[in-house]
Design a protein around this ligand. Structure first.
Ligand code: SF4
Length: 373
């Protein structure tokens, strides 16, 4: 389990050092693979503008050599904003408009498998090939067989790759049922790897158990899922530490299970009715772009996924070289692709499949509708 080897003090100590010289940065960028202490040295180089740009350029080149400008399109399908009989999501994340009790009762929606099948069919008709299922912490989806039914419905609609991004299941056997139903990737954003901040932003609810979440990818991969998504939520804590911890986690999952890695890139944004109205920690565009490149330097075969919370121009710039996941159509309302009037989890940038593919091609990218694994 990752928790048995994860040592935040050791990571913090790596970052408590002088910045590397230009020679050291050049030497590191020529290496075929980088370990966690070496990645920490590159993070420390980010204060120097020349070094920062060198890291970004090297990351983009490394990515392009593996992926030749291919971008992998993935629409999210939001299937539940919580339990309609229990005031919605069971969690209280202070950064999220879907936190318990915040979504008006008449807007709470939980889709059944037939509705999921129809909504998935709509997305596939637009041109997509794969789908990510997203939900709040809904007690119905904590049962492995119910989650598997949603995956099966999406597969029946015709999706080739189906992934889940909701509260992690308890046992590797639950993930086995999901894998058997056709689930190919499991995403669990850790939000923060710092225990004190984690506690502050997840004051109550199932998600308050940090260890349970940190071990979720182990359970999923032991259960037969092949691809794992890791991420920190930018803006909650020092991005340097969070990026290094995310890399530590990803390198562990790759070494231990041979997992394919998706690096999520969400950043905190203000939303309706949430208690946290300013990001506690700075994480600007320059840092965001740097982290995406660093991920590709660490694992060139991994796919960073630039967030729909960001402007398309920033995402397109960050995706240079290809080898990234990208979202065009995006609604964070449950069933929001075919009907209006739901309660969005957060505001996003969205562009239609047809227009978005054209735009990406004009930028020199090669959009793909299926994940490569
Ligand atoms: S982030 Fe997820 S778990 Fe937390 S309140 Fe929002 S929907 Fe619920």
């Amino acid at each position: 389990m990752f928790t048995e080897r994860f040592n935040p003090d050791v990571l913090a100590k790596m970052l408590d050092a002088n910045s590397p010289s230009a020679n050291e940065v050049s030497r590191l960028l020529q290496m075929d693979s980088l370990d966690v202490p070496e990645l920490a040295r590159l993070i420390l180089a980010s204060d120097n503008e020349t070094s920062r740009l060198e890291v970004i350029s090297a990351g983009n080149q490394r990515r392009e050599s593996v992926w030749q400008k291919r971008l992998f399109l993935m629409p999210p399908l939001y299937i539940s904003d919580g339990d309609p009989n229990r005031e919605g999501c069971l969690d209280y994340c202070v950064y999220c408009p879907w936190r318990h009790g915040n979504v008006p009762a008449d807007k709470l929606t939980r889709m059944n498998p037939d509705e999921v099948r129809r909504e998935a069919a709509h997305l596939l008709q637009l041109g997509y090939g794969d789908i990510e299922l997203v939900a709040a912490t809904d007690p119905e989806l904590l049962k492995g067989q119910n989650a598997a039914r949603m995956v099966a419905a999406t597969r029946e609609a015709g999706a080739q790759n189906v992934g889940i991004n909701f509260f992690p299941l308890k046992r590797s056997g639950d993930y086995r049922a999901l894998a058997d139903a056709g689930c190919t990737f499991a995403i669990v954003w850790q939000e923060t790897y710092l225990a004190d901040i984690y506690k502050k932003v997840h004051p109550r609810g199932p998600k308050a158990n940090m260890q349970y979440r940190l071990e979720a990818h182990d359970r999923a991969l032991q259960g037969g899922i092949k691809t794992a998504g890791v991420a920190f939520l930018g803006g909650l804590a020092d991005w340097r530490f969070e990026a290094l911890a995310t890399l530590d986690h990803a390198l562990y999952l790759r070494k231990e299970y041979g997992a394919n890695i998706i690096f999520g890139m969400p950043r905190w944004k203000d939303g309706a009715g949430i208690p946290m109205h300013t990001a506690p920690a700075f994480y600007g565009d320059k840092e965001y772009e740097f982290v995406g490149a660093l991920y590709s330097l660490a694992i060139p075969e991994a796919l960073p996924w630039f967030s729909t919370r960001e402007h398309f121009d920033l995402s397109a710039r960050c995706a240079k070289g290809g080898g990234c996941m990208f979202t065009l159509d995006c609604s964070t309302e449950v069933g929001g692709y075919t009907k209006q009037g739901g309660f969005a989890q957060f505001p996003v940038y969205s562009r239609s499949f047809a227009q978005g593919v054209e735009w990406l091609k004009n930028l020199g990218y090669d959009p793909q509708i299926h994940l490569p694994w």
